[in-house]
Design a protein around this ligand. Structure first.
Ligand code: AHR
Ligand code: AHR
Ligand code: AHR
Length: 485
């Protein structure tokens, strides 16, 4: 049995079931998600390899070969049509045109399930999915349950990496108008034991770790690479539970009465669905979502325990974040532009500014150094040592980073933000021919790009001038060679 079969036999059936990695019903063989590619805007649906099975990740790889892909729809497997699509503007605007949120890259969160390649939904700040017309989701004080499988190492303190029940207007309509799983280390509202991250419940105008508005020491910091998070709520009761999604069982971190603050008992749930954002379309958070469901009725602990056993049996494991030409840690490399007319130019820096410059074996030593980068293991903890950072050859301790999606060279301040902004994952160049493309670990839709000879972390056809779709593939494809210095 799969998760939604288990919830159904427990008398609390799924009313929404979302996953880009696998079927959540043993009989489900329909579309799991849709990807849209950058080259021609075409879309395709990714299905399980067989009924009840793992997503056909290789089909995505084939469809997206030589271009970029975005996850454009995460289908609802429950049959209720509660699909998740690009979130519209709400109380806050998203970064895309007309205030929409960003869509996730197709390749930011590769995994295997029992050895089969699949992709999760890597949510960067700015990314969000929503359904404001969902059917059959709990409203008012009705009971519901939720679980999600997340990456417990990918989080931040922005508001709010949520999955679950939110306002149909995209606006903050008051306390008790939401009920979602939250994951991260935001401390504006609640917190648990230690420094976080924590599984909390976003109940609107509050992230709750237990009955108290602020701290509840019973909610532990938890950061399993694959993390099962559970929130459920009914009339004057709710619970938070969590587990390692790769082994063992669920622990209960809170189970009891509604919070001791006005507006949360009874609840005023509205029945829309969010993923990766707050109820009011706050878009500051990051995290990774692999699968999750919402039920009608308050699931028993025993039902959830059986779901957790099924998640463990799915055998989630990490998959490579890099591909293409190998870079060797400790070596010095140069990256030469391959766009016609610019092939004598190399990725370089002039002080903090990143640009391309014409460099050759007869250039001055200073310029050679400015166009040479020492390859380091990716500084972002959550990249798991898989990706790379690029230290300036002439400024040890300074690294290539993105800031407002411009590339810069800056001295590391050691912060999580810096380390994540300075971590990049390599892949075979989008234009082929032995080149390499270098995407931002934290924003996998964005690649090292030269534009007007400046250096950017650019997306394919995004809102910035430097995101222009014209010559994107060539501008993000670099010939890698031994550094000049
Ligand atoms: O409850 C925390 C956040 O507060 C909600 O997600 C958002 O709607 C509001 O800003
Ligand atoms: O480059 C995008 C973002 O801009 C970085 O992640 C952040 O440090 C800055 O605000
Ligand atoms: O960086 C040089 C060129 O500037 C890029 O190839 C093009 O996209 C932009 O006009």
């Amino acid at each position: 049995a799969a998760p939604c079969d288990i919830y159904a036999s427990g008398g609390t059936p799924c009313v929404a079931a979302h996953s880009t990695t696998r079927a959540l019903y043993s009989a489900f063989s329909g579309a799991l998600y849709q990807v849209k590619r950058g080259s021609d805007g075409a879309t395709t649906d990714i299905k399980p390899l067989a009924a009840g099975s793992v997503a056909n990740g290789p089909a995505q790889d084939t469809f997206c070969a030589g271009t970029t892909c975005l996850i454009s729809v995460i289908y609802d497997q429950s049959g209720r049509g509660n699909h998740l699509t690009q979130a519209p503007p709400g109380g806050f605007q998203g970064p895309e045109a007309n205030g929409y949120d960003n869509l996730a890259s197709g390749i930011g969160a590769p995994v295997t399930l029992d050895g089969q390649k699949a992709y999760g939904v890597f949510v960067s700040p700015g990314t969000g999915y929503r359904n404001n017309n969902a059917k059959g989701i709990a409203v008012r004080d009705e009971a519901e349950g939720m679980y999600a499988v997340l990456d417990g190492t990918h989080y931040n303190d922005g508001c709010c990496f949520d999955y679950g029940n939110a306002e149909t207007s995209g606006r903050d309509t008051g306390n008790g108008h939401m009920e979602t799983i939250y994951f991260g280390d935001n401390t504006v509202w609640g917190s648990g034991a230690g420094a976080g991250p924590w599984i909390m419940a976003d109940l609107e105008n509050g992230l709750f770790s237990g009955p108290n508005v602020k701290n509840n020491a019973g909610d532990p910091s938890i950061s399993h690479r694959f993390l099962t998070a559970v929130v459920k709520g009914g009339p004057n009761k709710w619970a938070i539970r969590g587990a390692n999604a790769a082994s063992g069982g669920l622990s209960t971190y809170y189970s009891g009465a509604r919070p001791n603050a006005a507006g949360y008992n009874p609840m005023s749930k509205e029945g829309a669905i969010v993923l990766g954002i707050g109820g009011d379309n706050s878009v500051g958070a990051q995290g990774t979502f692999y699968e999750g469901v919402m039920t009608t009725g308050y699931p028993s602990d025993a039902t959830e325990n059986a779901v957790q056993a099924d998640v463990v049996a799915a055998k989630y494991a990490i998959a490579p974040l890099t591909s293409g030409p190998a870079l060797s840690v400790g070596s010095s490399v140069s990256l030469r532009a391959t766009t016609s007319g610019y092939t004598t130019r190399y990725l370089a820096h002039t002080g903090a500014t990143v640009n391309t410059q014409v460099v050759s074996s007869s250039s001055a030593t200073a310029l050679k150094q400015q166009a040479s980068w020492t390859v380091r293991t990716g500084l972002a903890t959550a990249s798991g040592g898989q990706c790379f950072s690029f230290e300036a050859r002439d400024a040890p301790g300074s690294y290539l980073r993105h800031y407002n999606f411009e590339l810069r060279v800056a001295n590391s301040d050691g912060s999580k933000q810096f380390r994540e902004d300075a971590t990049f994952c390599t892949q075979a160049g989008l234009s082929g021919s032995g080149t390499v493309s270098v995407r931002a670990w934290g924003f996998p839709t964005r690649y090292f790009r030269h534009y007007n000879n400046g250096g950017y972390a650019a997306s394919n056809g995004g809102v910035h001038t430097f995101d222009a779709a014209g010559s994107f593939n060539d501008d993000v494809s670099w010939a890698v060679a031994t550094g000049f210095a």
